[in-house]
Write a new protein. Structure first.
Length: 167
């Protein structure tokens, strides 16, 4: 899809009652979810701030060492490419505030455990928010390196749930 087609698709969805749209074809994959409102904060620095920072060399060095993570946001999952010590390690993060559950019921087996290989679309956990069970799915094929959260504990928006490596 080119930019104009994506722009037209967004306009069509904005004018409809449809809250979620997902499509995959030979050109690629697109997912649009307008069921959750999100407030994004820009991390850009304007020119006046850069001039101020250039006067103070320590501040310039500090700004140059800060790295922004890449965030892919959707209702089902938030994946952040975190620049950690281990190469290729990413994190599945909670897209909402709620209670983390690693299994569908207290007596069931966990959805995933360390060392499991999961495929795109597989359920990795549930985050309960306001009595709704939100299934968190894998956005890509990956191996679970570790489960970061404790079962039945509260999680915050953006909190790390799983440490994963793409396969």
């Amino acid at each position: 899809m080119n930019f104009e087609e994506v722009k037209e698709l967004i306009t069509m969805l904005d004018n409809s009652k449809l809250a979620y749209f997902e499509m995959e074809n030979k050109d690629g994959y697109i997912k649009i979810d307008k069921s959750m409102s999100r407030n994004y904060v820009s991390n850009k620095i304007d020119n006046s701030e850069i001039n101020t920072l250039n006067k103070n060399s320590e501040a310039v060095n500090t700004v140059n060492t800060i790295s922004e993570p890449v965030v892919n946001t959707s209702k089902e999952e938030v994946v952040v490419a975190d620049k950690s010590k281990e190469e290729g390690v990413e994190f599945i993060k909670s897209p909402i505030v709620g209670t983390f559950y690693s299994k569908s019921s207290p007596d069931a087996e966990p959805f995933v455990k360390e060392g499991d290989v999961v495929h795109k679309g597989d359920i990795v956990c549930i985050v309960e928010a306001m009595k709704l069970m939100n299934e968190i799915t894998a956005e890509f094929d990956c191996e679970i390196v570790s489960v970061v959260c404790e079962d039945a504990k509260m999680v915050e928006y953006g909190q790390k749930l799983f440490k994963v490596k793409r396969v």
